[in-house]
Ligand binder design. Structure first.
Ligand SMILES: Cc1cc2nc3c(=O)[nH]c(=O)nc-3n(C[C@H](O)[C@H](O)[C@H](O)COP(=O)(O)O)c2cc1C
Ligand code: SF4
Ligand code: SF4
Length: 254
C-alpha cells in the first residue's frame, strides 16, 4: 500500500512508479482521511507514505494521517519526501512523528522534484522540469530496488547546520502562515470550478460562479493556483507574471 498526498502531481508520479516497481497499489490520503484509516496488512508488508516537503516539514494533512493510521500487523514502513530545493530536517521530523505514534521507519528517501511553491519562487522551465524528473525517476527506481529486500534503507539527505538553524523559524512560518486572504481570481476566470474540486482543505466555494475563499486558513498546497487551466488564480501581486507548475506525467483523478 502506498499512501500519497499531492497538490501538483509529483507525489502521484513517484507513487505510480513505486507501485509499478513493487507491484503495489496507491491510495490518495485525502480520500483515506474520510475513513477510519485502519488497514489489514500481513506482518512485514510494505507500506509507503509519499509526501511533499513543506517548510522543512510535512504538510499538516500528512501529519494528521500518520497520527490516524492503524495497521493490523507491523509494516515495513517507508517514507518518500519530494522537495524543490532542500528538505531541511523534514525527514527527521517525520521519523520523530512516526516514533511518537509507535512506528519504526524502515525506508527513507528524499528526492528533488520540480518546485511548486509559486507563491514565493518561480517554477522551473519545461526543460528544467524534464531534467529534474528524469534524474528523480532514477533515484526512485534505485530506492524501490533497495527496499525490495525489506532491509532498512536510508536514501535521505541530512540537513546542514544552517538548515537546522533556519528550520526553527521555517516551521512556524507554515503553521501560522496559512491564511487565504491574499488569494483572488482575475477577469480571465471562467468559473469552471476546478480550483474548488482540487482543494484538499475545502476552502474554496463558487459563489455566483466566482471562486471565494470561505475558510481563513488552508494547507497552502498550491493545487488551486497551479492547476487553474487559465492561470486566473492569483496570490497577492507575486504570481501575476509567474509561471505555473503541474507534473506533466500524471493524470489526476478529477
Ligand atoms: C507550502 C509549501 C512549502 C514548501 N516548502 C518546501 C521546502 O521547505 N523545501 C523544498 O525543497 N521544497 C518545498 N516546497 C516544494 C515542494 O515540496 C515540491 O515541489 C514537491 O515536489 C511538490 O509535490 P506535489 O506535486 O506532490 O504536491 C514547498 C511547497 C509548498 C506548496
Ligand atoms: S480553476 Fe481557474 S478558471 Fe476555473 S473557477 Fe478556478 S480560478 Fe476560475
Ligand atoms: S485554497 Fe488552494 S492552496 Fe489552499 S489548500 Fe485549497 S487548493 Fe491548496
Amino acid at each position: 500500500m502506498i499512501f500519497y498526498f499531492t497538490a501538483t502531481g509529483n507525489g502521484l508520479d513517484i507513487s505510480n512508479r513505486l507501485a509499478q516497481s513493487l507491484d503495489d497499489e496507491t491510495r490518495n490520503m485525502v480520500g483515506e482521511m474520510k475513513t477510519d484509516c485502519s488497514y489489514e496488512i500481513k506482518e512485514g508488508e510494505r507500506v509507503g507514505i509519499v509526501s511533499p516537503t513543506y517548510f522543512y516539514g510535512l504538510p499538516l494533512i500528512v501529519e494528521e494521517f500518520i497520527r490516524k493510521m492503524k495497521f493490523s500487523n507491523t509494516p515495513y514502513l517507508y517514507m518518500v519526501l519530494s522537495f524543490g530545493t532542500t528538505p531541511g530536517q523534514a525527514m527527521i521530523r517525520a521519523e520523530k512523528l512516526f516514533s511518537e505514534c509507535g512506528y519504526k521507519l524502515n525506508g527513507k528517501l528524499t528526492v528533488t522534484m520540480p518546485e511548486n511553491y509559486i507563491l514565493m519562487f518561480d517554477p522551473p522551465t519545461e526543460a528544467e522540469a524534464k531534467r529534474i524528473l528524469s534524474s528523480a525517476y532514477q533515484r526512485v527506481e534505485s530506492f524501490a530496488s533497495a527496499i525490495k529486500g525489506s532491509e532498512d534503507v536510508d536514501m535521505s539527505v541530512p540537513p546542514t547546520l544552517f538548515q537546522k538553524i533556519t528550520g526553527v523559524i521555517a516551521r512556524p512560518m507554515y503553521t501560522h502562515g496559512r491564511g487565504t486572504g491574499r488569494f483572488y481570481v482575475d477577469r480571465t476566470c471562467t468559473g469552471c470550478g476546478r480550483c474548488v474540486k482540487v482543494c484538499p482543505s475545502k476552502a474554496i466555494e463558487l459563489i455566483d460562479r466566482i471562486p471565494t475563499w470561505t475558510k481563513s486558513k488552508c494547507l497552502r498546497c498550491t493545487a488551486c493556483i497551479n492547476r487553474c487551466p487559465f492561470k486566473a488564480l492569483q496570490f497577492g501581486r507575486s504570481t501575476r507574471k509567474r509561471g505555473r507548475y503541474v507534473n506533466p506525467n500524471v493524470k489526476f483523478e478529477e
